[in-house]
Design a protein around this ligand. Structure first.
Ligand code: HEC
Length: 106
């Protein structure tokens, strides 16, 4: 997957997703895992539940800004994530969509 993403970045146009990867690893990966594959503290985002038809980009924005009460899983609530700028949030969304596509789930 890392190689795939590096390949995408090398083709250009995906710099924002590259920055999103850094912001994701700094702010989300403790729970959602490097590459969004999940950990003991949070679910994978590379999962059918979170493809755009189920959870659109706005639901990601809402999750980060407001937090998420536990409803799909048993990891507990997701707290609002502080310290992520609007620009970083958009980059994180691009990154999540990119790893979802790389994972072949949509
Ligand atoms: C402290 C742990 C934690 C951190 C940090 C965290 N999350 Fe979550 N997140 C969770 C948990 C737990 C859930 C699952 C809640 C449920 O549905 O049971 C979740 C759910 C989500 C969802 C699904 C929202 C929905 O409407 O069901 C999205 C999208 C998401 N997280 C994105 C992010 C992003 C992006 C970041 C970083 C900016 C992040 N999370 C950081 C724990 C975390």
């Amino acid at each position: 997957m890392v190689l795939l993403l590096a390949g995408v970045a090398a083709c250009g146009g995906s710099d924002d997703a590259g920055k999103g990867k850094q912001a994701f690893e700094a702010n989300c990966a403790t729970c959602h895992g490097v590459g969004a594959v999940g950990t003991n503290s949070g679910p994978p985002l590379v999962h059918q539940l979170y493809v755009p038809g189920h959870h659109d980009d706005n639901s990601i924005r809402r999750a980060v800004r407001n937090g998420v009460p536990s409803h799909h899983w048993y990891f507990g609530d997701m707290p609002p994530v502080v310290g992520v700028t609007d620009e970083e949030l958009e980059q994180v969304i691009l990154y999540i969509r990119e790893v979802q596509r790389a994972g072949g789930i949509y």
